[in-house]
Design a protein around this ligand. Structure first.
Ligand SMILES: Nc1ncnc2c1ncn2[C@@H]1O[C@H](COP(=O)(O)OP(=O)(O)OP(=O)(O)O)[C@@H](O)[C@H]1O
Ligand SMILES: [Mg+2]
Length: 221
């Protein structure tokens, strides 16, 4: 599903590598936590999985496709199978909450009645039924986060990557979000969740990946 082979990445004009010889394999249907201190490289790794960045060196394979030399069109096609919760949400303020969540589906054409229902259902699940006509700039941080999560899961992606998906919500909503990610995983979605929340990590029995200074370690290492 995902394979990184000695992948390094250095931001332009940066001296240090943000990712340093990272090798990683995520099997189809797996669930992993990604932990590590601030500045360790978690978001950079996510940007690479989402193909916003490409490796400076090393081999990257996403959804069973070698992506080192990939066209924009192929990137767009691969992203259709991914759900991503960005640390900074990246919602579109011009669109309503409902339209933001519908985006992964509406990009492919007119929504069917079933798809519209899926948008309503997921907004209901994250407790935002009453905000569907609002625009994201009028929402609280936690509400924005819930919109971002709803948008990431609405098309039942093959791969879901979530960068601090519970960072802005209360404990109860954090559990609810994790429960949703677990449900998706049970239905076959491969999940990777970056989090600082030790309590959250400890309450689930999923393997952990640790990243420090751009270097990745597995639980046992
Ligand atoms: N656009 C950028 N240009 C240059 N350097 C960057 C850029 N984005 C991140 N970095 C650097 O890359 C390293 C990894 O950053 P990254 O955002 O991946 O960390 P993180 O683990 O997500 O941290 P946090 O927990 O604070 O979100 C840091 O040293 C950071 O300063
Ligand atoms: Mg980050």
């Amino acid at each position: 599903m995902i394979k990184l082979d000695n992948v390094s990445y250095r931001y332009p004009q940066s001296e240090q590598r943000a990712l340093d010889s990272v090798s990683l394999e995520l099997e189809k249907g797996s669930f992993h936590f990604l932990c590590g201190p601030s500045g360790a490289g978690k978001t950079t790794l996510f940007k690479m999985l989402y193909l916003e960045l490409l490796p400076t060196s090393g081999k990257l394979n996403i959804l069973d496709k070698q992506v080192n030399n990939i066209s924009r069109k192929e990137i767009a096609e691969l992203r259709r199978h991914m759900g991503i919760v960005f640390q900074d949400f990246r919602l579109l303020n011009k669109l309503t909450v409902w339209e933001n969540v519908a985006l992964p589906l509406s990009i492919l054409g007119e929504l069917s009645a079933q798809q519209k229902q899926a948008v309503n259902d997921i907004l209901d699940w994250v407790g935002l039924k009453h905000k569907i006509h609002e625009h994201p700039n009028k929402l609280s941080g936690g509400e924005k986060q819930r919109v971002a999560i709803a948008r990431a899961v609405v098309n039942r992606p093959k791969l879901l990557i979530a960068d601090e998906p519970t960072g802005n919500v209360d404990v109860e909503m954090g559990k609810r979000i994790m429960h949703l990610l677990c449900e998706l995983n049970k239905h076959g979605t491969t999940v990777l969740v970056a989090t600082h929340d030790q309590e959250l990590i400890n309450s689930f029995n999923y393997p952990r990946l640790h990243i420090v200074n751009g270097k990745l370690k597995k639980d046992s290492e």
